[in-house]
Ligand binder design. Sequence first.
Ligand code: FES
Length: 102
Amino acid sequence: MASWITLCPFDELKKEGLFVLELPSTSIAVFWTEGEAFAVENICTHDGGELAGGPVEGTTVICPRHGACFNLKTGAALAPPAYEPIRTYPVRIREGQVEIEL
Ligand code: FES
């Protein structure tokens, strides 16, 4: 069953623009851009590069390894060399905390 987990204070996400949650099975990156928070799997579908730290333009993140682009809202691959989407997660702000649904 899915459940909401708390990641970090909302003020921290707004200040840093990024928060990374390392789990035993995966890594999740939460981006703050365009006045919204977006949570995605932090693994490029091209060759496993970390998306956290890649440039963000609007709601697009660019993989720092080979330049694939992904839509942070939908996870869609927008530019090669990646063709498969990344996973996205529901994110919400509750009582000053950033939460994602796993
Ligand atoms: S690992 Fe991301 S573009 Fe190659």
